[in-house]
Design a protein around this ligand. Structure first.
Ligand code: FE
Length: 363
């Protein structure tokens, strides 16, 4: 790292410390040696740190970062915020940004960060071997770490799985007033619609969005988990959600949430067609990473068999790496055909997706 950048980074540390204390509550790894630094504590040696800007909000990540710290001695410092806020922060920090690795819950945001010149190429045989080509940037600007399928869940007492088939079929008259989905501001929905635009064009995507809005049980609100709660409460019968949220409900500490999870059936749409829409949570090394080598090490750790299994078993996501055991729950949902659209395409159609949602009146 150039001397100037290093000096700027050390000037930034007090601010970063304050940010860490406010921004990553509950994120301090359990190992005593890895406590979150006090704002005025001496900074660990630059070689011993990796600064992560992450949109992800799952306990599995805490577990993995602690494991990485234990194995490598490298301290993982996490700043958590929404992907758009992190991207804006990196833009304003410019070359003095302390961020080494940007982690998002959606390929579209990685494409957006890359379009702003915030990421850099990484040439790692470990990463290219572990992550299939359609789930990473061709020049290594970002890599998918976990796959998430956006599927249909249904109330097993009111809906039979053979009534379901495709995303498109949810616009048919028999689903009037029965469909639940979150707001169009949500990036998972934006990527789903972006995939439809990539495959079928903007007009077809708009017709689908209008048809879906016409069948909604209520105006879009809440999270994916909230859609399932509404299904269980009888507000609607079928919802569009990411699979791992079913796993998180089933394994909740709250008995009512477990009961809701147990009512849900998981249906992979568009089998025999182009497959269920799949997105990734992924990461890219930042353009000005002060700790580039550590960022690459963390990425490589996150695609190890061990880490991929944690994503599957602790957060119910699908590994990007082939051959990693996924655990009983994911196995119980069965194998499925996934849309293999290159994820870079999702980013390319994200803006159009927002426009289409607006035109269709999907709030
Ligand atoms: Fe999520």
């Amino acid at each position: 790292m150039p001397a100037l950048t290093r000096r700027r980074f050390s000037l930034l540390l007090p601010a970063l410390g304050a940010l860490l204390l406010s921004g990553c509550t509950g994120e301090a790894p359990p190992a005593p040696a890895a406590d979150a630094p006090e704002a005025d504590a001496p900074a660990p040696a630059a070689a011993g740190v990796v600064n992560v800007y992450s949109h992800r909000h799952y306990d599995a990540d805490k577990q993995l970062f602690a494991q990485f710290e234990a194995e490598t001695g490298i301290t993982v410092r996490v700043v958590k915020a929404g992907a758009d806020a992190l991207i804006e922060r990196m833009v304003s920090e410019g070359a003095s940004s302390p961020a080494d690795l940007l982690i998002t819950a959606d390929a579209g945001r990685l494409v957006r960060a890359d379009a702003k010149g915030l990421l850099q190429p990484v040439d790692s045989p470990t990463l290219t071997a572990a992550v299939p080509a359609h789930l990473r940037h061709p020049a290594g600007h970002w890599f998918g770490l976990t796959k998430r399928a956006r599927v249909l869940v249904y109330d097993t007492e009111r809906v039979k799985p053979d009534e379901l088939s495709t995303y498109a079929a949810l616009t048919e008259p028999q689903w009037k007033g029965r469909v639940l989905v979150r707001s169009s501001a949500n990036m998972y929905n934006q990527s789903l619609l972006a995939s439809m635009i990539a495959h079928d064009g903007e007009e077809a995507a708009k017709a689908w969005a209008e048809g879906l809005v016409a069948n909604l049980a209520r105006p879009p609100k809440g999270s994916d988990r909230d859609q399932m709660k509404a299904v269980a409460a009888g507000v609607g019968d079928v919802a569009i959600v990411n699979t791992y949220y079913v796993g998180l409900l089933l394994n909740s500490e709250v008995p009512e949430e477990r009961a809701i999870g147990e009512r849900m059936g998981v249906f992979f749409p568009d089998q025999g067609g182009r497959g269920a829409h799949v997105n990734v949570s992924g990461a890219g090394v930042t353009r000005h990473a002060p700790n580039r080598d550590n960022a690459v090490k963390l990425l490589e750790f996150l695609v190890s068999d061990e880490a991929q299994a944690v994503f599957a078993r602790a957060n119910y996501e699908y590994p990007v790496k082939e051959g990693v055991p996924v655990g009983d729950l994911l196995e119980s949902w069965g194998t499925f055909q996934a849309d293999d659209l290159p994820l870079s395409e999702l980013g390319a159609h994200q803006e159009a997706a927002v426009r289409v949602f607006d035109a269709a009146g999907w709030r």
